[in-house]
Design a protein. Sequence first.
Length: 331
Amino acid sequence: MDPLTHGLAGAIASQSFSEKKKIRPASITGFVAALLADMDTFISSPADPLLNIEIHRQFTHSLIFIPAGALIATILLWLVMKKHLTLKEIYLYSLAGFATSGLLDACTSYGTQLLWPFLDTRFAWNLISIIDPVLTLGLLFFVGRTVYKRTSHTNLMAWAWLFLILSAGWFQQTRAEISLFELAGQRGHSIDQYVVKPTIGNRVLWRATYTDSSFIYTDAVRPGLFSSPKIYEGEAAPKVNIAEDYSSYTGTVLYGDLQRFSDLSKGYLVRHPDHPDVIGDARYSMLPTSMVPLWGVEADTSNTDKHLPFLYFRDAGEEIRQPFWDMLLGK
């Protein structure tokens, strides 16, 4: 999630354990603590571009790291908050705030290693986008009211708002999944794996991606609320199989990086249509009907002992924006 939403979620968690007279410093503590899990974004290596995306949402977002993360927050906040809170209170509010980070991120689509180091599984429940203005504005209002009025009932309303948005996401996701299976059935496809996730900033338009044999398909689904779901059929592309397509490079850095990227992408690999050497994650694109990946690695077979560059393809021009808005509005 974006930093503001993370901070607000941490604030409502810390408010839940606070006395009325200490709601304000508790809110600040929880807000700051919730942001610290994303300190992993600063871990990178110029020599190994994949390290940053591997480490993001890993150990700092693990459930087992929460007590340590709260301790780091307590140390950082002690000098500022010691006039308002005891050391024990700072740690308690930091614990509550930090605990929200991994769980909230798991509600998005990137994947969060909640059970690291016991499991490398990246949990992605795909209920909300990483940026959701409706969720954020609601939390901002209720957290602000709680801080201003110092009342517990507005804190409960903030939790209710968060639950409502996540429930709406689950409901819409379920309807989009039903549409996906119906569409695949009409095409005569047998789905091997699939993912249905909201497009940026909303729960109205969803990207539905699935694999059938050696191809990957993506379509946009607008589940609707009081109308039948609307489907915008998208593109398909051959699935890249690292073990088969790059078998002659086994044991090289290139092959190892391709396997790492495949693991991060859960096998949803396609070639960029304009850059054949670029292998991208088919789950992400600027348009939900497009197979142009949002990011990928460049497999330079002329230099197999060098780590692969990680590239982004964020084209938000009019030719992208207009079709997106048309689908979002149901046109």
